[in-house]
Design a protein around this ligand. Structure first.
Ligand code: NAD
Length: 260
Protein backbone atom coordinates (compact mmCIF):
# COMPACT_ATOMS: atom_id res chain seq x y z
CA UNK A 1 0.00 0.00 0.00
CA UNK A 2 2.46 2.61 -1.21
CA UNK A 3 -0.20 5.28 -1.84
CA UNK A 4 -2.49 4.78 1.14
CA UNK A 5 -4.82 7.77 1.63
CA UNK A 6 -3.30 9.72 -1.29
CA UNK A 7 -5.71 11.17 -3.81
CA UNK A 8 -4.79 11.02 -7.49
CA UNK A 9 -6.29 12.99 -10.39
CA UNK A 10 -5.53 11.07 -13.60
CA UNK A 11 -6.50 12.44 -17.01
CA UNK A 12 -7.27 10.12 -19.91
CA UNK A 13 -7.80 7.39 -17.30
CA UNK A 14 -10.75 5.73 -19.03
CA UNK A 15 -8.48 3.90 -21.50
CA UNK A 16 -5.03 2.47 -22.16
CA UNK A 17 -2.12 3.72 -20.07
CA UNK A 18 -4.16 6.03 -17.82
CA UNK A 19 -6.58 3.25 -16.93
CA UNK A 20 -3.72 0.93 -15.96
CA UNK A 21 -2.17 3.65 -13.78
CA UNK A 22 -5.52 4.28 -12.08
CA UNK A 23 -5.90 0.54 -11.43
CA UNK A 24 -2.40 0.23 -9.98
CA UNK A 25 -2.79 3.35 -7.82
CA UNK A 26 -6.12 2.06 -6.49
CA UNK A 27 -4.47 -1.27 -5.64
CA UNK A 28 -1.85 0.67 -3.72
CA UNK A 29 -4.51 2.40 -1.61
CA UNK A 30 -5.01 5.67 -3.49
CA UNK A 31 -8.37 7.38 -3.98
CA UNK A 32 -8.51 7.86 -7.74
CA UNK A 33 -10.27 10.31 -10.02
CA UNK A 34 -10.86 8.99 -13.54
CA UNK A 35 -10.90 12.27 -15.49
CA UNK A 36 -11.70 11.74 -19.17
CA UNK A 37 -13.48 13.22 -22.15
CA UNK A 38 -15.31 9.92 -22.50
CA UNK A 39 -17.96 10.29 -19.81
CA UNK A 40 -19.37 6.75 -20.01
CA UNK A 41 -15.98 5.04 -20.02
CA UNK A 42 -14.85 7.19 -17.05
CA UNK A 43 -17.93 6.17 -15.07
CA UNK A 44 -17.51 2.49 -16.00
CA UNK A 45 -13.82 2.49 -15.10
CA UNK A 46 -14.51 4.13 -11.73
CA UNK A 47 -17.38 1.71 -11.03
CA UNK A 48 -15.18 -1.31 -11.73
CA UNK A 49 -12.54 -0.01 -9.29
CA UNK A 50 -15.20 0.63 -6.63
CA UNK A 51 -16.51 -2.91 -7.17
CA UNK A 52 -13.01 -4.13 -6.28
CA UNK A 53 -13.08 -2.17 -3.01
CA UNK A 54 -11.30 1.02 -4.13
CA UNK A 55 -12.38 4.62 -3.72
CA UNK A 56 -12.85 6.07 -7.20
CA UNK A 57 -14.99 8.56 -9.08
CA UNK A 58 -15.37 9.30 -12.78
CA UNK A 59 -15.37 12.93 -13.91
CA UNK A 60 -16.17 14.11 -17.43
CA UNK A 61 -13.63 16.69 -18.51
CA UNK A 62 -12.13 18.09 -21.67
CA UNK A 63 -8.59 18.97 -20.57
CA UNK A 64 -8.44 21.85 -23.08
CA UNK A 65 -11.37 23.64 -21.40
CA UNK A 66 -10.27 25.89 -18.53
CA UNK A 67 -13.64 26.00 -16.77
CA UNK A 68 -14.15 22.23 -17.04
CA UNK A 69 -10.68 21.48 -15.70
CA UNK A 70 -11.09 23.83 -12.75
CA UNK A 71 -14.52 22.40 -11.93
CA UNK A 72 -13.29 18.78 -12.21
CA UNK A 73 -10.30 19.41 -9.93
CA UNK A 74 -12.50 21.22 -7.39
CA UNK A 75 -14.91 18.28 -7.38
CA UNK A 76 -12.06 15.82 -6.96
CA UNK A 77 -10.49 17.78 -4.10
CA UNK A 78 -13.85 18.18 -2.34
CA UNK A 79 -14.65 14.47 -2.69
CA UNK A 80 -11.29 13.09 -1.57
CA UNK A 81 -9.96 15.82 0.76
CA UNK A 82 -7.40 17.39 -1.59
CA UNK A 83 -5.10 16.34 -4.42
CA UNK A 84 -1.76 14.62 -3.79
CA UNK A 85 -0.93 13.28 -7.27
CA UNK A 86 -1.66 14.60 -10.75
CA UNK A 87 -1.05 12.34 -13.71
CA UNK A 88 -1.44 14.46 -16.84
CA UNK A 89 -1.89 11.69 -19.36
CA UNK A 90 -4.76 12.48 -21.75
CA UNK A 91 -3.54 12.49 -25.31
CA UNK A 92 -4.26 11.80 -28.95
CA UNK A 93 -2.21 11.14 -32.07
CA UNK A 94 -2.68 12.67 -35.54
CA UNK A 95 -0.24 11.74 -38.30
CA UNK A 96 0.47 13.57 -41.56
CA UNK A 97 3.53 14.77 -43.40
CA UNK A 98 4.40 18.29 -42.24
CA UNK A 99 3.53 19.96 -45.53
CA UNK A 100 0.03 18.48 -45.37
CA UNK A 101 -0.67 19.13 -41.67
CA UNK A 102 -3.70 21.38 -41.21
CA UNK A 103 -3.31 24.25 -38.77
CA UNK A 104 -6.49 23.04 -37.05
CA UNK A 105 -4.97 19.59 -36.36
CA UNK A 106 -1.70 21.18 -35.18
CA UNK A 107 -3.61 23.36 -32.71
CA UNK A 108 -5.87 20.50 -31.56
CA UNK A 109 -2.93 18.26 -30.73
CA UNK A 110 -0.97 20.99 -28.94
CA UNK A 111 -4.09 22.00 -27.00
CA UNK A 112 -4.77 18.52 -25.64
CA UNK A 113 -1.16 17.77 -24.74
CA UNK A 114 0.15 21.18 -23.65
CA UNK A 115 -2.88 23.31 -22.69
CA UNK A 116 -4.27 20.25 -20.93
CA UNK A 117 -1.04 19.74 -18.99
CA UNK A 118 -0.87 23.42 -18.02
CA UNK A 119 -4.52 23.73 -16.97
CA UNK A 120 -4.54 20.56 -14.87
CA UNK A 121 -1.17 21.46 -13.32
CA UNK A 122 -2.32 24.95 -12.33
CA UNK A 123 -5.58 23.70 -10.85
CA UNK A 124 -3.88 20.90 -8.87
CA UNK A 125 -0.89 22.97 -7.69
CA UNK A 126 -3.24 25.37 -5.92
CA UNK A 127 -4.48 22.49 -3.79
CA UNK A 128 -1.04 20.92 -3.28
CA UNK A 129 0.39 24.26 -2.10
CA UNK A 130 -2.58 25.06 0.16
CA UNK A 131 -2.68 21.58 1.75
CA UNK A 132 0.89 21.89 2.97
CA UNK A 133 1.63 18.18 2.50
CA UNK A 134 3.45 18.40 -0.84
CA UNK A 135 2.52 16.52 -3.97
CA UNK A 136 3.63 14.89 -7.19
CA UNK A 137 2.98 15.83 -10.80
CA UNK A 138 3.60 13.23 -13.51
CA UNK A 139 3.43 14.02 -17.22
CA UNK A 140 2.95 11.35 -19.87
CA UNK A 141 5.68 12.16 -22.35
CA UNK A 142 7.03 9.70 -24.91
CA UNK A 143 10.22 8.62 -26.59
CA UNK A 144 9.03 11.49 -28.80
CA UNK A 145 9.92 13.82 -25.90
CA UNK A 146 13.53 12.93 -26.81
CA UNK A 147 13.63 12.37 -30.56
CA UNK A 148 11.43 12.77 -33.62
CA UNK A 149 9.78 10.32 -35.99
CA UNK A 150 8.38 11.27 -39.39
CA UNK A 151 4.69 12.25 -39.70
CA UNK A 152 4.32 13.36 -36.07
CA UNK A 153 5.46 16.99 -35.94
CA UNK A 154 2.91 18.40 -33.45
CA UNK A 155 3.10 15.30 -31.22
CA UNK A 156 6.91 15.47 -31.10
CA UNK A 157 6.73 19.22 -30.43
CA UNK A 158 4.19 18.81 -27.63
CA UNK A 159 5.99 15.89 -25.99
CA UNK A 160 9.28 17.85 -25.97
CA UNK A 161 7.35 20.79 -24.47
CA UNK A 162 6.19 18.69 -21.52
CA UNK A 163 9.79 18.35 -20.36
CA UNK A 164 10.05 22.15 -20.15
CA UNK A 165 6.82 22.37 -18.17
CA UNK A 166 7.96 19.56 -15.87
CA UNK A 167 11.26 21.29 -15.11
CA UNK A 168 9.44 24.57 -14.41
CA UNK A 169 7.10 22.83 -11.97
CA UNK A 170 10.08 21.07 -10.35
CA UNK A 171 11.80 24.41 -9.70
CA UNK A 172 8.73 26.36 -8.57
CA UNK A 173 7.16 23.49 -6.67
CA UNK A 174 10.19 22.49 -4.60
CA UNK A 175 9.53 25.12 -1.94
CA UNK A 176 6.12 23.47 -1.42
CA UNK A 177 7.54 19.93 -1.54
CA UNK A 178 5.92 19.35 -4.93
CA UNK A 179 7.86 17.20 -7.41
CA UNK A 180 7.40 16.80 -11.18
CA UNK A 181 8.65 14.13 -13.55
CA UNK A 182 7.96 12.85 -17.07
CA UNK A 183 7.45 9.24 -18.16
CA UNK A 184 8.58 8.58 -21.74
CA UNK A 185 7.18 5.29 -23.06
CA UNK A 186 7.98 3.57 -26.33
CA UNK A 187 5.11 2.05 -28.30
CA UNK A 188 2.36 0.54 -26.12
CA UNK A 189 -0.58 -1.40 -27.65
CA UNK A 190 -3.48 0.85 -26.71
CA UNK A 191 -6.36 2.20 -28.86
CA UNK A 192 -4.09 5.19 -29.67
CA UNK A 193 -1.49 2.92 -31.27
CA UNK A 194 -3.93 0.42 -32.80
CA UNK A 195 -5.48 3.31 -34.75
CA UNK A 196 -2.05 4.42 -35.96
CA UNK A 197 -0.91 1.09 -37.44
CA UNK A 198 -3.18 1.15 -40.53
CA UNK A 199 -2.72 4.94 -40.85
CA UNK A 200 1.07 4.58 -40.95
CA UNK A 201 0.82 1.63 -43.35
CA UNK A 202 -1.18 3.80 -45.77
CA UNK A 203 1.06 6.87 -45.34
CA UNK A 204 4.29 4.88 -45.81
CA UNK A 205 2.98 2.43 -48.42
CA UNK A 206 3.97 -0.68 -46.41
CA UNK A 207 2.06 -3.49 -44.68
CA UNK A 208 0.74 -3.25 -41.12
CA UNK A 209 3.15 -6.03 -40.09
CA UNK A 210 6.02 -3.95 -41.47
CA UNK A 211 4.82 -0.89 -39.55
CA UNK A 212 5.05 -2.90 -36.32
CA UNK A 213 8.35 -4.65 -37.09
CA UNK A 214 10.25 -2.04 -39.07
CA UNK A 215 8.85 1.26 -37.81
CA UNK A 216 7.48 0.90 -34.28
CA UNK A 217 9.78 -1.77 -32.82
CA UNK A 218 12.77 -1.54 -35.15
CA UNK A 219 15.08 0.21 -32.70
CA UNK A 220 14.10 -1.78 -29.60
CA UNK A 221 16.61 -4.26 -28.17
CA UNK A 222 14.19 -7.20 -28.40
CA UNK A 223 11.33 -6.33 -30.78
CA UNK A 224 8.86 -6.04 -27.91
CA UNK A 225 6.10 -3.56 -27.20
CA UNK A 226 6.26 -1.71 -23.89
CA UNK A 227 3.15 -2.60 -21.84
CA UNK A 228 0.67 -0.53 -19.87
CA UNK A 229 1.93 -2.40 -16.79
CA UNK A 230 5.53 -1.29 -17.48
CA UNK A 231 4.38 2.33 -17.64
CA UNK A 232 2.16 2.06 -14.55
CA UNK A 233 5.08 0.68 -12.52
CA UNK A 234 7.07 3.80 -13.34
CA UNK A 235 4.08 6.00 -12.51
CA UNK A 236 3.95 4.26 -9.12
CA UNK A 237 7.66 4.84 -8.53
CA UNK A 238 7.33 8.56 -9.22
CA UNK A 239 4.13 8.91 -7.18
CA UNK A 240 5.50 7.06 -4.15
CA UNK A 241 8.99 8.54 -4.13
CA UNK A 242 9.23 10.42 -0.84
CA UNK A 243 11.66 13.30 -1.45
CA UNK A 244 12.63 16.07 -3.85
CA UNK A 245 15.73 14.05 -4.81
CA UNK A 246 13.73 12.69 -7.74
CA UNK A 247 12.32 15.74 -9.54
CA UNK A 248 12.62 17.42 -12.93
CA UNK A 249 13.46 14.08 -14.57
CA UNK A 250 12.26 12.32 -17.70
CA UNK A 251 12.59 8.55 -17.71
CA UNK A 252 12.33 6.43 -20.85
CA UNK A 253 10.64 3.01 -20.72
CA UNK A 254 10.92 1.66 -24.28
CA UNK A 255 12.77 -1.69 -24.52
CA UNK A 256 15.90 0.25 -25.33
CA UNK A 257 14.48 2.08 -28.36
CA UNK A 258 15.95 5.26 -26.91
CA UNK A 259 18.96 5.14 -24.60
CA UNK A 260 20.41 8.06 -22.68
P1 NAD B 1 -5.76 5.92 -25.32
O1 NAD B 1 -6.34 6.41 -26.59
O2 NAD B 1 -5.93 4.49 -24.95
O3 NAD B 1 -6.27 6.80 -24.09
C1 NAD B 1 -6.31 8.20 -24.15
C2 NAD B 1 -7.45 8.70 -23.29
O4 NAD B 1 -7.39 10.15 -23.31
C3 NAD B 1 -8.82 8.30 -23.81
O5 NAD B 1 -9.60 7.72 -22.77
C4 NAD B 1 -9.44 9.61 -24.29
O6 NAD B 1 -10.85 9.68 -24.13
C5 NAD B 1 -8.72 10.62 -23.40
N1 NAD B 1 -8.75 11.97 -23.97
C6 NAD B 1 -8.46 12.33 -25.25
N2 NAD B 1 -8.65 13.65 -25.40
C7 NAD B 1 -9.02 14.14 -24.20
C8 NAD B 1 -9.36 15.44 -23.73
N3 NAD B 1 -9.36 16.51 -24.55
N4 NAD B 1 -9.72 15.57 -22.43
C9 NAD B 1 -9.75 14.50 -21.62
N5 NAD B 1 -9.45 13.26 -22.00
C10 NAD B 1 -9.10 13.07 -23.29
O7 NAD B 1 -4.21 6.30 -25.41
P2 NAD B 1 -2.91 5.87 -24.57
O8 NAD B 1 -2.02 5.16 -25.51
O9 NAD B 1 -3.28 5.25 -23.28
O10 NAD B 1 -2.26 7.30 -24.33
C11 NAD B 1 -2.17 7.93 -23.07
C12 NAD B 1 -0.98 8.88 -23.08
O11 NAD B 1 0.21 8.14 -23.29
C13 NAD B 1 -1.03 9.94 -24.20
O12 NAD B 1 -0.56 11.18 -23.69
C14 NAD B 1 -0.05 9.39 -25.22
O13 NAD B 1 0.52 10.41 -26.01
C15 NAD B 1 0.97 8.76 -24.30
N6 NAD B 1 1.83 7.76 -24.94
C16 NAD B 1 1.28 6.65 -25.52
C17 NAD B 1 2.12 5.74 -26.11
C18 NAD B 1 1.58 4.51 -26.79
O14 NAD B 1 2.35 3.87 -27.51
N7 NAD B 1 0.33 4.13 -26.58
C19 NAD B 1 3.50 5.94 -26.12
C20 NAD B 1 4.03 7.08 -25.51
C21 NAD B 1 3.17 7.98 -24.91
Amino acid sequence: MQLKNKSAFITGAASGIGKEIATMYAREGAKVVIADLNDDAAATTAASLVARGAQAIGVAVDVTDEAQVNAAVEKAAATFGGIDILVSNAGIQIIHPLEEFSFADWKKLLAIHLDGAFLTTRACLKHMYAQGRGGTVIYMGSVHSKEASPLKAPYVTAKHGLIGLCQSVAKEGAAHNVRANVICPGFVRTPLVDKQIPEQARALGISEADVIKNVMLKETVDGQFTTTDDVARLALLFAAFPTNALTGQSLVVSHGWFMQ
